[in-house]
Structure formats: structure tokens, C-alpha cells
Design a protein around this ligand. Structure first.
Ligand code: ADP
Ligand code: ZN
Length: 566
């Protein structure tokens, strides 16, 4: 470990996982992003004869790992649909000669790790028969399934090809399986065990040498400092705020800015560069960036030539860069699946900071209005999706509770993970962290205002609008309540937008206009949504319009907003 990877000591449950692995056990290991899952199979791989097969969902993840391993002088290869024929022929013939070789020693160029996409197992008969040869020759040391939660439809990132990995146990009943994941509620864990046909989990006391060993590492990372910063309403100001933040706190340090859409990512990258006079070197990453460019970006980012990657969630899974000093969220996170738009996603994305264990900042730029932008791309049937969105908003709106406790509560409620899994030796799960925004904000800077009246006014105004058959977005309600023309509204159901002013007699309905700033009014409305005083209604068609208010171009743009924009 020291010689090859330059790692001085084990972290979290790494040692246990390595041992169980080398003992030939089936293992499930749940460890937070950045915890160090790779070492748990890479170290056994170089210490045991034969080849370790690693199945991984994303090319960028594999590329990162491969670069890393090659730098460390480990023989590793990857085989994907995109591997050129000549190279894939070469790799396959190397694997065949490994299968046929008599020696169990560590001959020079023996492939120690072979990374493949799940499609290789699901779709390539040639590759599966190659694996059979390896197994027959006793040269397939173990099968590692990274991001194992992708096998389960109960999880948030189901991939059909992953489900087909069930054939592995069928074909190769004696090859040990290591399943790795960062988020895995118990029901997903059970599903993983079932689908991959792993042996039942044994608990610590079981004396037998059979059965899957289950490891779960604490999720709380004390080197990450969480902040929610208010997001200015003007697009320009958001950029200058971010630029200032980066230059003041992380000059020349590596970071990621997560954006909601591809367009946003491009815009933010360009604007940050411009507004900082090239002091912030940015790059763009999203699903439509050509592979060659993605690879280039990875290299430049590793080298530090590119400082900040502006990206959609397409950038992530398995980035192996330790010294990411900050992860900013331009907008409340959203993933391309109904149920992941939540703290899970935020935890994962922000968790890409500080993997080297050094201090890092996670800043979420939050503006209540973003909530309506998000709900416009929620898939409508997912009541669960809405609940998850509320969880995220609750986190963003909270200005009192410690971020660590908010996470702990969320994970212990939503995933049945016991709160204990948040405890580390030094920190009790329910103790405040002492270093997030809510723990460090001087109390005298917080101004409390009683908004009972305003909330009541908003309810009155909304019900008056409802009586006229209208529905409004968050900002629509806010505008209307504040007496700003309020724009027009869709008279529900018919999907025909009727442009016309809502006529409201404020004095009669609510005793007058709501005297709050736009931001505060929106914040209050979101708070009312979160707490159940208001309910969001959704259009019946997935992917499309959930926006009922037409307020100029914005609504028009929103109505064209689909998941493909991400
Ligand atoms: P994960 O896959 O769990 O997200 P990685 O395996 O990519 O995490 O590891 C994250 C980072 O932590 C890598 O840069 C890795 O080199 C480093 N790392 C792993 N284990 C240790 C350790 N025991 N001590 C110090 N650094 C480690
Ligand atoms: Zn705190």
C-alpha cells in the first residue's frame, strides 16, 4: 500500500474489506464518496495472483482509475464499447494467455485489473466466454461491482445492464463478489444481495466462514464545511458573487461548480472566466461534450491547468482527484431521475470535495425561486420526487440547525440507516459540527421576523386565485401577493394559457399587499410548501409544463424545459 499507492495507513473500514476480500469472501462495502473504496479492491488485486474484474458504470470513472493505476505502475486495462478493435484484440489475447499460463506468480505484464462496462457482461458473449477461460484457469481473482446500487430498481440510479449482472454468479459460482456503493438504504442492499445472488449477510458474531461480509463506514466528514449562500436574483450578480468567492477563498485551487443544465454549465464557465479576467480558468463538462474533450479536460484538471470545472451531474461518479477544495452548487441539485433530486444527490456531489482529507468548502447558492424551476422538471407522477425536493429545500432554507444534523436526520429517516452510522469516534451524530454556516453564524446577525400575517395574506390571495380557476408558481404567488400585476394565469387543466391580469382587490381579500421583498416572499412561500400549508399541483404530462403562470419569456422558456436540457 505504501510502496504502490503511497498511502500510509488504512482509513474507515478499508482494512477489514481488504482482509475479507483476500479471504475470498463475498463483501458489501458502503462507504461515502471519497472514503477510499478503490483501495479495497486495488490493493488485494496486486497482492493476489490472477486478474480482478471491475465493473463500473461510467467511462470517466474508469479513465480516472486507469490513469491513477498506470501512474502507480499497476497493470490495468479497460474494455468498453469504444475500445478500438486492435487494442481490444490485444487485451483479450493477453487475458487468454493469462488464463492458459501455468504460473501463479506475478509475471511482469500480467493484467491485474480489468475494468469493463456492464454492457460487456450483459451483451458480449465473446467476453463472457473469455471470462470463463480465466475462471477455468483459476485466474479470475474476484469480481468488483462498483456503484452496486445501480442493479436495484429501488435505488436512485437503476441501470438495466446492471441487473443482468446476475449472470455472473450463475456462470461463475465460486468467484467472490465485492459490491461497492456510497448510498445504499437497507432495502436496496437486500435487493443487491438478491440480484447478484450473493450469500446472505453474516453478522459479526457468526463463526462460519461463509456468507457475505457487510461493511458500512460513517458518513460524516469533518473536513467538509457546508454553507448555504443567498443567491442573487440577477444572473450576472450570481456570477460575480461566485467569482469573488472563488478568488477570495480558493484562488488557484481546484473546484467544481455544479449547474442544473448544460446551457447553465457553459454559461457559468464562460462568465466566470470573463468576469475574473481569466484569473479563474474554467472548463465545461456535460453529457454532450465530445469524449476527446472530456478526456482533455480530465487531464488539464488533474494538472491544475483548468481550475474550475463547470458541470452538470454528468461529471462526478468516481472522479479521482483528492485536492478538490470547493464544490459550489449554482442551483439546488437535481439528477436525471425522479427520486434523486434530494439531499442524497447533494451529499454525493458536494462529497467530491476534500477527498484527501484536507479542509474543503461546499457552498450551495440558494434562491427560493429555483424551487419552482426545479418543480417544473420534476416528473409529475412522482409524489416521492416531490417529497425529496422538499427535503432538499428544507435543508436549503434552514438557517438554524447544524448541517451535519440535518444530513444525519435525513439519512436516518429516509434510508433507515441508523444514526449511529454517522458517528465517528470524535463526533456524536447529534452534536453540532461547530463549523458549518449555521454553527458559525453570529446570532446577532440573524433577524427574526414574525410572518404570521404575511402567511395568512398569501393563503387568502391564493384561495381567491383558485376560486377564479387559476394556479400560480412560487414567483407568481409572490408577485401577486406583493401587488405586482401578478401577471396572468392559466385557468387550470385545459393547458391553454389565458393572458390577462388577475383582478384582485387586495384590501377585500387580504387586507392589503404583502410587505416583503421578493426574496423574502418567495422564501416564505417555499417555507409554507415545505411545512404543508401549501401544496404544489403538477401537470399531468411528465417532462413538460408544470408552469401555470406566464410571466414574460421566462415561463415560455420553462415550458420548453425538459430533462434533455440536463
Ligand atoms: P471513493 O471511490 O470511495 O469515492 P476513492 O477510492 O476514489 O474514493 O478514494 C478517494 C481518495 O482518497 C483518493 O485520492 C485516494 O487516493 C485517497 N485515499 C484512499 N484511501 C486512503 C487512505 N487510507 N489514506 C489516505 N488517502 C486515501
Ligand atoms: Zn454545524
Amino acid at each position: 500500500m505504501k510502496k504502490v499507492f503511497g498511502i500510509q495507513s488504512f482509513r474507515l473500514c478499508q482494512q477489514g474489506v481488504c482482509n475479507a476480500n483476500m479471504d475470498g469472501r463475498d463483501v458489501v462495502c458502503i462507504m461515502p464518496t471519497g472514503g477510499g473504496k478503490s483501495l479495497t479492491y486495488q490493493l488485494p488485486a496486486i497482492l493476489t495472483p490472477g486478474c480482478t474484474l471491475v465493473i463500473s458504470p461510467l467511462l470517466s470513472l474508469m479513465r480516472d482509475q486507469l490513469l491513477h493505476l498506470q501512474e502507480a505502475g499497476v497493470e490495468a486495462v479497460m474494455l468498453t464499447g469504444g475500445t478500438p478493435k486492435s487494442l481490444s484484440d490485444e487485451i483479450q489475447s493477453r487475458l487468454i494467455s493469462l488464463a492458459l499460463s501455468k504460473s501463479s506468480g506475478q509475471a511482469g505484464r500480467e493484467i491485474k485489473l480489468c475494468y469493463v462496462t456492464p454492457e460487456k457482461i450483459a451483451k458480449s458473449k465473446v467476453f463472457v466466454s473469455l471470462l470463463r477461460k480465466l475462471v477455468e484457469g483459476g485466474k479470475l481473482a474476484r469480481i468488483v461491482i462498483d456503484e452496486a446500487h445501480c442493479v436495484s430498481q429501488l435505488g436512485h440510479d437503476f441501470r438495466p445492464d446492471y441487473k443482468k449482472l446476475s449472470v455472473l454468479r450463475q456462470f461463475f459460482p465460486h468467484v467472490p463478489i465485492l459490491a461497492l456503493s456510497a448510498t445504499c438504504p437497507p432495502k436496496v442492499l437486500q435487493d443487491i444481495l438478491k440480484i447478484l445472488q450473493m450469500k446472505p449477510v453474516v453478522d459479526g458474531k457468526a463463526s462460519g466462514r461463509e456468507g457475505t461480509v457487510h461493511f458500512s463506514a460513517p458518513l460524516y466528514r469533518k473536513n467538509l464545511h457546508y454553507y448555504v449562500h443567498p443567491k442573487p436574483s440577477s444572473v450576472k450578480e450570481v456570477i460575480s458573487t461566485m467569482s469573488e468567492y472563488i478568488l477570495q477563498n480558493h484562488k488557484n485551487e481546484s473546484g467544481i461548480v455544479y449547474c442544473l443544465t448544460k446551457k447553465d454549465a457553459e454559461f457559468v464557465a464562460e462568465s466566470l472566466r470573463n468576469v475574473s479576467n481569466d484569473a479563474i480558468k474554467t472548463g465545461v463538462y456535460h453529457s454532450e461534450v465530445p469524449d476527446v474533450q472530456k478526456e482533455q479536460l480530465h487531464t488539464l484538471w488533474r494538472k491544475g491547468t483548468v481550475q474550475v470545472v463547470c458541470a452538470t451531474i454528468a461529471f462526478g461518479l468516481g472522479i479521482d482527484k483528492g485536492n478538490v477544495r470547493f464544490v459550489l452548487h449554482h442551483t439546488v441539485p437535481f439528477a436525471d431521475s425522479c427520486s434523486q433530486k434530494s439531499l442524497d444527490g447533494y451529499y454525493q456531489e458536494s462529497g467530491r470535495a476534500g477527498r484527501d482529507g484536507q479542509d474543503a468548502d461546499c457552498v450551495l447558492y440558494y434562491r427560493p425561486q429555483d424551487a419552482s424551476r426545479l418543480s417544473s422538471i420534476t416528473c409529475s407522477e412522482a409524489a416521492e420526487g416531490q417529497a425529496k425536493l422538499r427535503d432538499m429545500l428544507r435543508f436549503a432554507q434552514d438557517m438554524q440547525e447544524c448541517r451535519k444534523i440535518l444530513f444525519a436526520k435525513y439519512f436516518s429517516e429516509s434510508s433507515d440507516l441508523s444514526v449511529a452510522s454517522w458517528t465517528t469516534d470524535e463526533a456524536n451524530a447529534m452534536d453540532r459540527c461547530g463549523h458549518c454556516d449555521n454553527c458559525t453564524r453570529p446570532p446577532e446577525t440573524v433577524n427574526y421576523k414574525d410572518v404570521t400575517i404575511e402567511a395568512w395574506q398569501i393563503l387568502k390571495i391564493l384561495s381567491a386565485v383558485e376560486d377564479q380557476g387559476g394556479r400560480l408558481t412560487v414567483s407568481g404567488v409572490s408577485d401577486l401577493a406583493r401587488g405586482l400585476g401578478g401577471g396572468s394565469f392559466d385557468t387550470g387543466g385545459k393547458r391553454k394559457k389565458i393572458r390577462g391580469k388577475v383582478q384582485l382587490d387586495y384590501a377585500a381579500v387580504a387586507g392589503g399587499k404583502v410587505m416583503l421583498s421578493k426574496e423574502d416572499a418567495e422564501s416564505l412561500i417555499v417555507q409554507m410548501l415545505i411545512t404543508g400549508y401549501l401544496k404544489e399541483a403538477f401537470a399531468s404530462t411528465a417532462y413538460t409544463v408544470n408552469v401555470y403562470v406566464v410571466s414574460g419569456e421566462k415561463a415560455f422558456r420553462l415550458s420548453r424545459f425538459s430533462r434533455d436540457d440536463i
